[in-house]
Design a binder for this molecule. Structure first.
Ligand SMILES: CC(C)(COP(=O)(O)OP(=O)(O)OC[C@H]1O[C@@H](n2cnc3c(N)ncnc32)[C@H](O)[C@@H]1OP(=O)(O)O)[C@@H](O)C(=O)NCCC(=O)NCCS
Length: 161
């Protein structure tokens, strides 16, 4: 498999992030932001955008990591999305993102929440070594008004090698 390239996301990558998070079917799997919301997040001192692809090719995915300086909960993977799901990019990309977090920040852990019905993402998170910490019941309102559960998952710095 080709090597994943990962770099910090810039304001010029926001269009790519917005297009990716709005792909058909993603609305029930992940939230999306307006350009203003993305630009505001990009400027936060404790938030990092990461974008990646294969070597020097086009971008295939992005991740937003929040609260990288939180000494208690650690960094939160706020969002991750790829341009083509289930073709093998997300697993190595997520590994690269987690590696980046533990190498480039002092975060003691990386955590996230995922909708209970997002079986593909939950499989990917488990595959890279994340564990389920608990459940936030009925804690998100989908665009169609339905309330859904969110699963909390995490990986500790001490578990990551
Ligand atoms: C979550 C996401 C980043 C994962 O990236 P990806 O490129 O799809 O992941 P990969 O192709 O590397 O791996 C997908 C894995 O899920 C498995 N899979 C595919 N569909 C599945 C399903 N419906 N249920 C369970 N597992 C599934 C694949 O078999 C593969 O596992 P394997 O490598 O053990 O065979 C990507 O699917 C995505 O962008 N989804 C839309 C946005 C989203 O859900 N973001 C996460 C919000 S918390």
């Amino acid at each position: 498999m080709s090597e994943i390239s990962l770099r910090r996301g810039l304001a010029s990558d926001i269009d790519f992030c917005m297009t990716t998070e709005r792909l058909p079917g993603y609305d029930v799997l992940t939230a999306c932001w307006t350009e203003v919301e993305h630009l505001r997040a990009l400027e936060l001192a404790d938030t990092r955008y990461l974008v990646g692809g294969y070597a020097a090719g086009p971008l295939f995915g992005f991740a937003i990591v929040e609260r990288v300086n939180d000494p208690h909960e650690g960094a939160k993977l706020k969002r991750i999305a790829v341009t083509q799901p289930a073709v093998g990019f997300g697993v190595p990309f997520l590994r690269a993102v987690i590696g980046w977090v533990f190498e480039s920040t002092a975060a003691p852990r990386l955590w996230l929440d995922v909708f209970v019905h997002n079986a593909r993402a939950r499989h990917v998170y488990r595959k890279v070594g994340m564990r389920e910490d608990g459940l936030l019941r009925q804690a998100y309102v989908q665009p169609n008004g339905e309330r859904v559960d969110r699963v909390i998952m995490s990986v500790l710095r001490t578990e990551w090698s």
